[in-house]
Write a protein that binds this ligand. Structure first.
Ligand code: GRF
Length: 204
């Protein structure tokens, strides 16, 4: 196998998607290796979980930086220092600057808890319920500067049930998030999928 792709996982909170990626990376032949977990919240529960798993962590808090650009430069420096080749956003609740996203063009993935392009942004589950959709789900995609856009790598669909609340729907979607994010990462890390322009090419 070619050398495993060095990944960073960026989080803001609980970190359950991060844990699903870390678990996948533990398989002997998995084509990616986590080199650093970065949080923009110093008290993110996910940070402690990462430390317990023995992964290097860093917390970079926005208020410690004068602007989004200086924050993103510091983030870029840390990622470069650790030899990061691909960034996985996993519940990272901060908008990245255009410059940063362009520097890492086609090297940032994100998971979003809806079937994009529906329900970009926040409160996806309540908005899905309010819209009366019968199915929802999650999407792993390459990141572009416009929020929750970029070539789609993988999606999973779940039913929306009559008596769902935002919480019950979120839990059903989350189980699928944990399933498809590691799979999508594997597709990217093995070069099974890649992007030409804004089109996803799959060799599967
Ligand atoms: C997930 O639902 C993810 O799709 C969204 O934020 C949530 C993060 O959860 N972007 P966790 O921190 O991975 O548990």
């Amino acid at each position: 196998m070619a050398h495993p792709l060095k990944i960073a996982i960026l989080i803001s909170g609980r970190g359950s998607n991060m844990m699903s990626l870390l678990a996948a990376c533990e398989a002997p032949d998995f084509p990616a290796i986590p080199v650093i977990i970065v949080s923009n919240q110093s008290d993110a529960p996910g940070l402690q979980a990462a430390q317990k798993a023995g992964i290097t962590t860093a917390s970079l808090v926005r208020k410690d930086y004068a602007s989004r650009e200086t924050y993103d430069n510091a983030l870029n420096d840390i990622l470069k220092k650790h030899g990061v080749e691909l960034i996985c956003l996993a519940g990272f609740m901060q908008i990245l600057s255009k410059d940063f996203v362009e520097k890492w063009h086609n090297r940032i993935l994100n998971i979003h808890p809806s079937l994009l392009p529906s329900f970009k942004g926040l409160n996806t589950h309540q908005r899905a319920l309010d819209a009366g959709v019968k199915f929802s789900g999650c999407t792993v995609h390459y990141v572009r500067y416009e929020m929750d856009t970029g070539p789609i790598i993988s999606q999973a669909v779940v039913p929306v049930l009559e008596d769902d609340t935002a919480d019950t729907l979120a839990a059903r979607v989350l189980m699928e998030e944990h399933r498809i994010y590691p799979k999508a990462l594997k597709l990217v890390a093995t070069g099974t999928v890649y992007v030409e322009g804004d089109r996803l090419i799959s060799k599967e």
